[in-house]
Design a protein around this ligand. Structure first.
Ligand code: FAD
Length: 429
């Protein structure tokens, strides 16, 4: 049986990036993807931060089909019937290549085509069912009755990484470390998007929502503008959802979100072109499995490399960087003709020198902080109410603004010990 150098399972960003780096050397590489084409099964909210990966990615993203450059950041706290928003613009966002919105069906397919030009083909509609072993060494994968042998298996099979589990690298799934996301792509003409979001062609908006969108549960809503569509969705923690009484379904939250006054005019007359649901790793550093073994490495979501920073979600640049750094470790292992766990440990060593494990380490307290009803419930419920009271002018005389502020902060719980403790905890994030 012919033995390949590498078999990569999963044609998402991490698998494709790994293959792209391996293509620099004359290696026998196979990429298999269970979807109809790369990008067909891949879900993201949709914003890719460029700065962390520009150097690591080299020329990989040259000519990439980005949707819009994000030049406006918006955050909204949603109360039940009101909301407060912050709208941030900066010339830096406009001048620099800071972040772009992407649609994965286009983006991943484009990257797979670029791979083909380099002589590496992604085999679609190919679902791997199992690992092949020789003693304690992974030596390939099985799909139905077919077997593919390789010196290294790269498990880029996403958040639920069945291969990571089979290899004994991933611990049993803990609902606290995962969230579920629902996303719609709603088509709108380019001009309408420019007008509604106050941006020029090529420029876009990233808008995050907290509070009533998840009924105060851990999670939030997102809206990203693409060239001729918007990506709209919600994310909600699985543990939070499971513990809620009465029960709630993620899709009903999504429907209610779309009915909000704040969104209705933004998506009016839009045409729904895509609907998807997907799990997201949310455990941060604590959710990361062992990421290498004898003859195997885990990349991207499969390894748990994603970071919810409260104000933004990052996974795609982690997927790209870990794919490339994984490929570098494999190239070193090939040079040494040693694919053992010890040899592949250079993957983790190198990740520790980059933003991938450094940012996860820096933000290690974030998941615990975000398991927090003050952040997702009290602030979004109380702050819009407070702003509304300040801005309300009734028949009678207006009371002092200081009194309105003080009384309402006390009554809402914003001045409670619990709330102040949460504010204090921010310093450790
Ligand atoms: C709703 C939502 C919003 C998000 N928002 C953002 C955001 O705005 N910015 C950001 O950076 N990140 C975001 N993320 C996270 C980001 O999308 C992921 O971190 C990223 O897609 C991970 O890429 P990956 O290549 O590791 O995995 P994936 O893209 O999931 O790719 C895994 C691939 O493996 C294939 N596969 C799985 N099992 C098998 C098998 N047995 N055989 C063959 N193929 C298999 C799958 O079909 C898939 O193509 C979001 C995620 C979600 C769900």
């Amino acid at each position: 049986m012919e033995k390949n150098d590498v078999v990569i399972v999963g044609g998402g960003l991490s698998g494709l990036a790994c293959a792209y780096k391996l293509a620099e050397k004359d290696l026998q590489v196979i990429v298999v993807e269970r979807g109809d084409f790369p990008g067909s099964k891949n879900v993201t909210g949709g914003r890719l931060y460029m700065m962390p990966i520009t150097e690591i990615a080299g020329d990989m993203l040259d000519g990439a089909p980005f949707e819009r450059k994000v030049v406006r950041e918006r955050w909204s706290l949603l109360g039940e019937e009101n909301s407060v928003s912050i709208d941030l613009t900066s010339e830096n966002f406009r001048k620099k290549e800071h972040s772009f919105t992407v649609l994965r069906a286009t983006f991943d397919r484009w990257l797979a085509d670029k791979l083909t030009e380099k002589g590496i083909f992604v085999i679609p509609k190919y679902r791997v069912d199992d690992l092949l072993w020789e003693g304690d060494k992974v030596v390939g994968v099985r799909a139905g009755t077919e077997e593919i042998f390789a010196n290294v298996v790269v498990a880029s099979d996403g958040v639920l990484s069945f291969l990571g589990e089979k290899a004994g690298l991933k611990p049993k799934m803990d609902p606290a470390n995962y969230a579920v996301g629902i996303k719609e792509v709603i088509e709108l003409p380019e001009e309408k998007i420019n007008d509604r979001f106050n941006v020029q062609s090529g420029e876009g908006v990233a808008h995050l929502f907290l509070g009533d969108v998840t009924k105060g549960l851990f999670g939030g809503g997102f809206l990203y503008t693409n060239k001729e569509s918007v990506s709209l969705g919600i994310v909600v923690g699985i543990k939070a959802l499971m513990g809620r009484t009465p029960g709630l379904e993620a899709h009903t939250l999504m429907e209610a979100f779309k009915e909000r006054y704040e969104l209705k005019t933004l998506i009016k007359d839009g045409h729904l072109s895509e609907y998807s649901a997907h799990v997201i790793p949310e455990g941060g550093l604590n959710g990361i499995s062992r990421i290498y073994g004898n003859g195997i490495i885990l990349t991207g979501d499969a390894a748990g490399f994603a970071l919810n920073m409260g104000v933004t979600v990052r996974g795609m640049e982690f997927a790209i960087a870990s794919g490339i750094i994984g490929a570098e470790a494999i190239l070193r292992a090939k040079e040494a003709d040693d694919y053992s766990e010890k040899s592949l440990s250079s993957y983790e060593t190198r990740l520790k020198e980059t933003f991938v494990l450094q940012d996860l380490q820096t933000c290690r307290n974030m998941p615990a902080y975000l398991d927090n009803e003050v952040f997702f419930d009290l602030y979004p419920r109380s702050i819009p109410d407070l702003a509304e009271k300040i801005m309300w002018f009734d028949k009678g005389p207006k009371e002092r603004i200081g009194k309105t502020l003080w009384d309402n902060m006390k009554a809402s719980g914003l001045l409670s010990l619990k709330s102040l403790v949460e504010l204090y905890r921010i310093k450790n994030l």
